[in-house]
Structure formats: structure tokens, C-alpha cells
Design a protein around this ligand. Structure first.
Ligand code: BG6
Length: 507
């Protein structure tokens, strides 16, 4: 029987204003406004709320509302209810200004006061920094100078900081230092939207909420883990940013390290935020520091050339806007990591991510060891061979277990079959962006899913040998995969050396 999925929580967040710095940016229209609308549609946004977009260009409140209305036609994840949108829309405001100009903050303060009076936001405010990273600290500092982050009379002021959080260990520490000078740690919410995805949240539930998995969740029973974040899109007009980032910094060092932490961390003693975050930190701290030789052997960089994706010809990365014609930035990276603790010693974790791959798919495959004795013949050729537990994170959300079964008939012949669970079995679920949960949690003051300073530090420390060795050894073979293929041959070769293959994510 179908069950209805539980709403995100049983009550709406407290009254508040949501201030989005970078209101004319991509994230605002693609994710933030659709997420806030999604929250409103399930009654999780307070009735007393307002949204204030801050950006550089001149625009009236009405023009901004009009723009958001248009963008929602394209980016809403569910059918828009006109009555709800009308109510939502009239609570949207616009504040023009440069992020480093004090006058912007004067105007913002006025708008916040007006919001409080008109919409009953009670002095609570969530500031979302969806801006270029160079502005994270300056905005926090301006907010402090203008007393906009002062928490008095029982109201709260919180700041969500987008990624990338630093460019390496030193810059991340510097950013942390500046943010901490402007804000209390309890006010800083470093976001990783992958942690808000349904199936990502389900990893721990599945592991520790089912007694059958935990006893086998270790080096004695698990052969290896593969994590893939495949994207079919290119850099989508973000060439200038991507030239400073690359696949490793953009996706692997943050989103994928977090997925790995959820798979590999020790079960926390409780679901209290600090208990969960302590275990994530311990796991990241246990990632083996690679030597330069290991980096050169166990990592692969790729960059796409021209090719065909979804039947359409697309240009190579070097032809994209704001990308150097001889760029050596990686649009694909694959690596093998080790985790030096008692649970995982000797179990490789293979991570790969790339742009312009054949399709969008994020998947985690936990590959169990083969049975001790192959009673039913050698089935290695069978693509559904050894047991695998697969977490489909997106686009479809679900979990599958591959097991061996006897094929009907007079002889003993076996084949791999899939026990499949899709989120759609819970009943109709409106697709979400991953940001709903994160913004709701921030409004509720729950920082469990957000990064603590020591988590950011640990992730950069694990990444540092790769960053340094790559910088000292620029690749000479780029572009080395055609758009629309599964990445460079070297990534397959890395797996073959360990007698493995990358599993092609499900279509
Ligand atoms: C972002 C990266 O953090 O994550 C993008 O900057 C990437 O380059 C995106 O496309 C992927 O997120 P999602 O939720 O679409 O998988």
C-alpha cells in the first residue's frame, strides 16, 4: 500500500525575512526561490515571512517580482498554484546595491524594519550569501558593522555561506577567521546542498536503522565503494568561475567527500547535531594523506573536447565563454582514496565526477565481497555479479540491492537480480532541489547538516596533496575525452589495475 511521505517537519519555521545576496544570480532563480516556494507549498514556510533580494543592478520591487515570476515558469520543480504564488510574490522585495558599499546595508536595514512591521517577521533574518566567494567575508563584515547580525530581544540572525568555502586549506582558514570575527559560530551555516538531498539523508537511516547492514558494513565484507557524480551539462556560462575551480574543487572535495562521509562514518551516539558532525569530522580526518607518487598513480584528470550530448553537438570546454583556449582545468576527475581506520583499512573508495558525460546521475555503489566459494560457477562476467547496494541519489531517488537468484528451470543456473526501492513508492512526491531542507533547518537553528570549521579543515587537509601535486604537474593531454562519453580512458585503466570497472550509472 502506498504511504504518503511525511512533510519535512510537523510545523512551519518561525517568522523571518530571507535576504538573498546575489539575487540576480543563477542559484537564486534555479534553486533558492523554487525551494522557498516548495516550502510554502507544504506549509513549512512561516506565514509571516518576506524575501529581500540584494543585487547590483537597478530594479524596482515590481520588476524583481516580475522577473522571479518568469523564472519560476522555467525553474519551479512543481506546478505553480497561482493563488499561493500571488501571496508569495507580494512578500518579495528588492534592494539594489554593491556588496561592499555601506549604503547598501543602510537600505537593507530599512527594508528589514519595514518587513518586520508589514509582514511580522519579528526581527529574525536569514542572510543567504549566494555571491562570488570573494564577497563572503566582506558581506559578513558589513552586516556586523551595520548591526544587522546582532541577536537581541530573543530574535535570531543567521548567515548561510555558499560554496566554495576557500580555494585551499590556507584560504579556507583565512575565510573562517574573518567570518568568526564577524559572527558567532552558531550564526554561521556553511551549506552543502548535497546533504539536503533525500537519498543522501537516507544513507545513515538505511545503514543504522536496519540491523542487517551494520554488521557487514566494514572491510571484512565490503570490497570497495564507487561514488559517481555525472553531469551532462557543461559549465553553463560559469566559465570564469570554473577556470578557478575545476571538477575536484567544485564537486569532489565538498559534495563527494560528504557523500563518502555519510557512507563511511561511524554511527553517531545520537542524532544531536554535534554528535553527527563529530563523526563526519573523524571520518574526513581518517582519509589517507596521499604521497605525490600516489596522487600521480591514483588520480585522473580529464577535460572534454567537442562532442555530442543527448543527440546535440556541443563545443569543447576550451571553446566555452570565459575559458582560456589552452586551459588545463579539469572538467572530470577520478580518484582512489583510502580511509585509515579499523572499519575501512584496505577498502578503496573510488570517486569520479565530470561535466558533459552522457547523462546526469549521482550514485553510490557499495560492492560486497564475493562468496567464499563459487558453488554456482564463475559469474564475474555477469554485470549483476557480486552483491551491490546502490544508492541512487539523482535524478531518480532510490536504493537497489543486487542479489543472486536461481533462474527457473531444471538446471542450477543463477543470475543477478535487483531488489529495487524507488522513492515514488512512498506515493507522489514533488521533486525538490535539496535546498528546502537546508533553508528550513537554518530557520529552525538546526546546524546538523551544515559544515563546522573543523569539517572544512579536514576536507581541505585530505585534498591538499592532490591540489599540490596537480599544480606541480600540469596535464599535457587535454582535452582527453569527447563530450558525451564517460570520461578519459585513464580513469578506466585506474580501475582495471585493481581488477574493477566503473559501473555505468542507470539511465
Ligand atoms: C554545484 C557545482 O555545487 O553543484 C555545479 O558548483 C554542479 O558545478 C552542481 O553542477 C551540481 O548540483 P546538483 O544538485 O545539480 O547535482
Amino acid at each position: 500500500m502506498n504511504q504518503q511521505i511525511e512533510p519535512l517537519a510537523s510545523h512551519p519555521a518561525p517568522p523571518c525575512a530571507v535576504v538573498i545576496f546575489g539575487a540576480s544570480g543563477d542559484l537564486t532563480k534555479r534553486k533558492l526561490v523554487p525551494s522557498l516556494y516548495n516550502l510554502a507549498s507544504i506549509g513549512m514556510l512561516p506565514a509571516d515571512f518576506s524575501i529581500i533580494g540584494v543585487a547590483r543592478r537597478e530594479m524596482s520591487h515590481d520588476a524583481f517580482r516580475e522577473q522571479m515570476t518568469k523564472d519560476m515558469q522555467e525553474f519551479a520543480t512543481q506546478k505553480i498554484d497561482p493563488a499561493l504564488w500571488d501571496k508569495f510574490r507580494e512578500r518579495i522585495y528588492y534592494c539594489q546595491g554593491e556588496f561592499d558599499n555601506p549604503e547598501t546595508y543602510g537600505r537593507l536595514a530599512t527594508l528589514l524594519e519595514e518587513s518586520e512591521k508589514k509582514h511580522g517577521t519579528q526581527g529574525n533574518a536569514l542572510f543567504y550569501l549566494s555571491v562570488q566567494p570573494t564577497y563572503f567575508a566582506p558581506i559578513a563584515e558589513q552586516l556586523k558593522q551595520h548591526n544587522l547580525v546582532e541577536e537581541k530581544d530573543g530574535h535570531w540572525r543567521r548567515v548561510i555561506v555558499e560554496k566554495p568555502f576557500g580555494h585551499d586549506l590556507a584560504s579556507a582558514r583565512e575565510l573562517n577567521g574573518r567570518l568568526s570575527a564577524a559572527l558567532a559560530e552558531s550564526q554561521i551555516f556553511r551549506i552543502d546542498h548535497y546533504l539536503g538531498k533525500e537519498t543522501a539523508q537516507n544513507i545513515l537511516v538505511f545503514r543504522v536503522g536496519n540491523a542487517m547492514f551494520e554488521p557487514i558494513w566494514n572491510r571484512h565484507h565490503i570490497d570497495h565503494v564507487q561514488i559517481t557524480v555525472a553531469e551532462s551539462i557543461g559549465v553553463e556560462g560559469r566559465g570564469a568561475f570554473y577556470e578557478t575551480a575545476g571538477a575536484f574543487r567544485d564537486v569532489i572535495q565538498n559534495h563527494m567527500f560528504m557523500l563518502m562521509a555519510l557512507i563511511a562514518m561511524e554511527p553517531p551516539n545520537s542524532l544531536a547535531g554535534e554528535a553527527v558532525r563529530n563523526e563526519k569530522v573523524k571520518l574526513l580526518q581518517a582519509v589517507r594523506q596521499m604521497t605525490p607518487d600516489e596522487v600521480l598513480r591514483d588520480t585522473v584528470r580529464g577535460q572534454y573536447g567537442a562532442g555530442t550530448v543527448n543527440g546535440k553537438p556541443v563545443p569543447g570546454y576550451r571553446e566555452e565563454k570565459n575559458v582560456a583556449p589552452d586551459s588545463t582545468i579539469e572538467t572530470y576527475a577520478a580518484l582512489k582514496l583510502g580511509i585509515d581506520n579499523w572499519r575501512w583499512a584496505g577498502v578503496p573508495f573510488y570517486l569520479r565526477s565530470g561535466k558533459r558525460l552522457p547523462r546526469r546521475s549521482t550514485e553510490i555503489i557499495v560492492r560486497f565481497k564475493s562468496p567464499a566459494l563459487s558453488l554456482f560457477g564463475d559469474n564475474e562476467a555477469d554485470p549483476l555479479g557480486p552483491n551491490r547496494l546502490i544508492f541512487h541519489i539523482q535524478p531518480e531517488e532510490g536504493i537497489a540491492l543486487q542479489v543472486r537468484a536461481k533462474v527457473p528451470g531444471p538446471t542450477i543456473c543463477t543470475r543477478g537480480v535487483k531488489l529495487d526501492f524507488g522513492y515514488s513508492q512512498f506515493g507522489p512526491v514533488a521533486p525538490t532541489t535539496g535546498y528546502e531542507k537546508m533553508m528550513y533547518d537554518c530557520m529552525m537553528g538546526d546546524s546538523t547538516l551544515f559544515h563546522r570549521t573543523d569539517m572544512v579543515d579536514a576536507a581541505w587537509i585530505a585534498a591538499q596533496p592532490i591540489i599540490e601535486t596537480w599544480a606541480a604537474n600540469p596535464p599535457t593531454d587535454l582535452p582527453n575525452y569527447a563530450a558525451g562519453t564517460w570520461g578519459p580512458a585513464a580513469a578506466e585503466e585506474m580501475m582495471h589495475r585493481d581488477q574493477h570497472n566503473w559501473q555505468i550509472p542507470v539511465a
